[in-house]
Design a protein around this ligand. Structure first.
Ligand SMILES: NC(=O)c1ccc[n+]([C@@H]2O[C@H](COP(=O)([O-])OP(=O)(O)OC[C@H]3O[C@@H](n4cnc5c(N)ncnc54)[C@H](OP(=O)(O)O)[C@@H]3O)[C@@H](O)[C@H]2O)c1
Length: 334
């Protein structure tokens, strides 16, 4: 099968390319040529351009006549409408959405796909609008789409994110013997999927008849508490540092981009139901154990020097000092 990937060189899509090649598919990637953390196999043809240049993107895609397509960089209704024009005759379009379409309201956990979406970030709202365009095309005209909503997907390119921020600076804190900061108690649930496991689901969903016209949470069973995630990283680095909780409302009051993900989602008690995907893709389940996946990403990040310097985040040092001082007061009073 000839598969077109919009993306192909990023965090998740590099693994999708590899998984497609293993199955013997012909793979073509469309991207701007700006991301090249991991070189793609010589078997892959790359087309360069920006998908937001609608006319040339759509014309290029139509002339390629792929059998199937995967859109990894669709963020708006306009992107989804463009997909419909770019890929009018595919057997399947797999569209990458996000669990951020749900927002942080829930009457029941884990959240299943039929839970009403309440996205409150522009990112979640844009993804939901794109989903609606594609679902309408399926319901009204049988357009063959499958939508996957990943939660956090970790791999070499994004590294190991932290509870209070979307990068792996916490690993540098551990290496320097500094405390690690988490949002709230750190006992809140989250779901981490290794990019190879995510890629296997994309490739499976591309071909499974049962996935036609469906929307899925792309998560494994259960959840991992943020404290467990951070403790695993601390153990892998062979250090002993405390984990200190920072109240969510303090992070919200401090504001700024650094704490954005904590304030928007990581600080909440929410997780998603992966049983629908497991039902329709019976051969799929996450295979990469957490500690093994984290070890691999740490080793890659160290080799490539991609762990940010924690000294460049002095606010986190000040927060750690403040939280330690509060902890000491509490211990002295007890
Ligand atoms: N990572 C997560 O935890 C997570 C969680 C939920 C949902 N998602 C969703 O997963 C998708 C991909 O995430 P990812 O971060 O792992 O990245 P990815 O798909 O693996 O990488 C992004 C790819 O798209 C290309 N690209 C970016 N902007 C482009 C443009 N305007 N035109 C053409 N190509 C473009 C990049 O190459 P160039 O830069 O060279 O163009 C790269 O190949 C996104 O839709 C995101 O919303 C990710």
């Amino acid at each position: 099968m000839k598969v077109m990937i919009v993306g192909g060189t990023g965090n998740i899509s590099t693994s999708i390319v590899e998984a497609l090649l293993v199955q013997g598919h012909e793979v073509v990637c469309f991207n701007r040529g700006q991301t090249s953390a991991e070189p793609l196999s010589a078997q892959v043809r790359q087309l360069h351009g920006d998908r937001r240049n609608r006319a040339s993107f759509e014309e290029q895609m139509r002339s390629e006549k792929p059998d199937a397509a995967i859109d990894m960089v669709g963020f708006t209704a306009e992107d989804a409408e463009s997909d419909l024009r770019a890929f009018p005759a595919v057997e399947r379009l797999v569209f990458c959405s996000t669990t951020c379409v749900y927002g942080v309201e829930a009457t029941r956990l884990p959240l299943a796909e039929d839970a009403p979406p309440h996205p409150f970030t522009g990112y979640g709202q844009g993804k939901l609008a794109a989903e609606r365009v594609l679902r309408a095309a399926w319901f009204q005209a049988g357009y063959p789409v499958t939508i996957l909503r990943p939660s956090s997907t970790y791999g070499n390119q994004v590294g190991l994110i932290g509870s209070i921020g979307q990068n792996s600076v916490w690993l540098d804190r551990v290496k320097k013997g500094k405390p690690v900061l988490v949002c709230g108690s750190g006992n809140n649930p989250h779901q981490f999927l290794h990019v190879r496991d995510a890629a296997a689901a994309f490739v499976g969903a591309l071909q499974a008849p049962a996935c036609l016209g469906q929307v899925y949470n792309l998560v494994g069973p259960g959840f991992t508490e943020w404290n467990t995630w951070h403790r695993t990283g601390i153990e892998l680095l062979g250090r002993q540092v405390p984990i200190l909780g920072v109240p969510l409302d303090l992070l919200q009051a401090l504001g700024g981009q650094r704490f954005g993900y904590a304030c928007e989602i990581f600080g909440y008690n929410i997780y998603y139901d992966g049983s629908r995907l497991a039902r329709d893709l019976p051969g799929w389940r996450p295979l990469v154990p957490l500690a093994e996946g984290m070890r691999e990403v740490i080793a890659w990040s160290e080799r490539h020097g991609t762990i940010p310097d924690s000294d460049a985040y002095p606010l986190e040092d000040r927060l750690a000092q403040a939280m330690l001082a509060l902890r000491n007061i509490k211990e002295q009073e007890n």
